[in-house]
Design a protein around this ligand. Structure first.
Ligand code: FMN
Length: 442
């Protein structure tokens, strides 16, 4: 189409993406827009400049799974989302594998995914590794699926072409026979008790053409990280670094665990009837040492808060944990009163209000609704992190470091077993020397 009236940088990015992220040239883009290569220079300075803009556009289009999922479900849904993005942008898999810096524009998406995995119960360093494994697996599985589906020139059928998978199957069968006997493979009868030649290991299968080739690999990744966390819980939350052959850096972190003075303030109006917060509170109490747990509704049944006592308790803490159930998309009223009374001007904020600067602030929130009820597709439309924004904003004002919140979603219908799992995860998080922080727009 002719763009005599001018074109924008956005138009150029769209044209490049339509041609293919791995195959556009400045000349092809200019021709597609009906302009000269020199005109193109008004909006993009080079092919690399345009490629960065393309990758930024793609990264903005990535639909991350809703927050509040377990890390396992998050990884499953994330791999599906990544597959969708690769499907939508032919050549992206190739670019991400072959161009060293191509992943960099995706870092803010990766950080959000990392935060969600940590919220979903994975340790921070494991979350980075799990993301890395998942991304590599999705990329290679996708690239292989594309190669298998693509029509390629065939020596056997000149001019006709055949699908990659058909060429591979033909070659496989010629070399090894349909059963793989020439490879010394156990045949399908022995292997599966059936006679489906399609099941011989490594003989190409139609399932290699789509994401069903990826899903079992993602399950292996999930299984691997699950067994790491089994080791973590079996060995006691405190000594996970050593039991997992951690790097010297993380071992030295572990020795710092005992030095984090932690104040857990539990705001639950009826803790004796609680299931989730009672279990989390008990898990925190069982850690003892320098982790102090205070049940605020027991201490202040009349809402008459002793500000001096509260401020002194906060001053002695390196890490402040506000633990509470989500009520009306917000917090129980005593917590609101506590914020109003205790975080005073000149102490917690204002030019001299630096008392809490540099301390970590962790929210541990139980949420009655399921994770799927939150986020754009859910009944509540906004994400849980968005509902927690006033707390995040308060953290900015008082100069605390806002950690990735510890969320227990689906708290109304949660099983006893899942509560026990959350309590164990909570204990591990409380013992983490340095909590991962949430991006300001995370
Ligand atoms: C007054 C009230 C308001 C609530 N509001 C919400 C809400 O806005 N969103 C939600 O997901 N759950 C809501 N819930 C459910 C609680 O979050 C849930 O009961 C709690 O997290 C369970 O934790 P517990 O076992 O420690 O009591 C509400 C519950 C009550 C009693």
């Amino acid at each position: 189409m002719q763009h005599s009236a001018g074109f924008t940088r956005d138009d150029v990015v769209t044209a490049a993406l339509e041609i293919g992220v791995d195959r556009f040239t400045m000349g092809k883009v200019a021709r597609r827009l009906g302009v000269s290569a020199a005109d193109l220079g008004r909006t993009v300075s080079s092919r690399d400049d345009l490629l960065v803009a393309c990758l930024e556009r793609v990264s903005a289009d990535v639909t991350l799974p809703p927050t509040g999922l377990s890390w396992q479900d998050y990884l499953r849904q994330l791999s599906d989302s990544l597959w969708d993005v690769l499907d939508a942008h032919p050549g992206l898999d190739h670019t991400l594998i072959n161009l060293a810096w191509a992943y960099v524009p995706f870092m803010s998406v990766a950080k959000r995914a990392h935060n969600a995995l940590v919220s979903g119960g994975l340790r921070s360093e494991d979350a980075y590794l799990a993301l890395s494994y998942t991304l590599s697996t999705v990329l290679t599985a996708h690239q292989q699926a594309v190669a298998m589906a693509e029509t390629i020139e065939s020596d056997r059928r000149p001019g006709q072409g055949e699908r990659g998978i058909d060429a591979a199957t033909r070659m496989w069968d010629e070399r090894f026979g349909g059963s793989g006997a020439a490879l010394g493979m156990r045949g399908p009868h022995e292997l599966h008790g059936g006679d489906d030649a399609d099941r011989v290991p490594f003989r190409p299968k139609e399932s290699w053409l789509d994401r069903s080739a990826m899903a079992p690999k993602v399950e292996v990744i999930i299984g691997g990280f699950s067994s790491l966390s089994d080791v973590l819980s079996a060995s006691g939350a405190g000594d996970h670094g050593a039991s997992r052959g951690a790097s010297p850096a993380s071992q030295s972190n572990d020795t710092r665990e005992s030095s984090v003075n932690t104040l857990v303030l539990v705001f639950h109006p009826n803790i004796s009837e609680s299931r989730v917060n009672k279990a989390l509170g008990a898990a925190a109490e069982s850690l003892g040492g320098n982790i102090t747990v205070r049940y605020m509704y027991d201490i202040y049944p009349d809402f008459n808060i002793d500000v001096a006592t509260e401020q002194a308790a906060l001053l002695g803490a390196d890490r402040i944990v506000l633990q509470y159930p989500m009520y009306w998309l917000s917090c129980p009223p005593l917590l609101k009163k506590w914020l109003d009374d205790v975080l005073t001007f000149g102490w917690a904020y204002g030019s001299t209000g630096t008392a809490l600067h540099g301390k970590e602030l962790l929210l541990a929130v139980s949420v009655g609704g399921a994770g799927s009820a939150y986020g754009r597709e859910g009944a509540h439309i906004y994400t849980i992190h968005e509902f927690l924004r006033p707390m995040q904003g308060t953290s900015r004002v008082i100069g605390t470091k806002y950690a990735v919140p510890f969320l227990s979603v689906g708290a109304l219908e949660i099983t006893d077993e899942a509560i026990a799992g959350r309590a164990q995860d909570y204990a591990a998080v409380l013992q983490t020397p340095e909590l991962p922080l949430l991006d300001i727009f995370g």
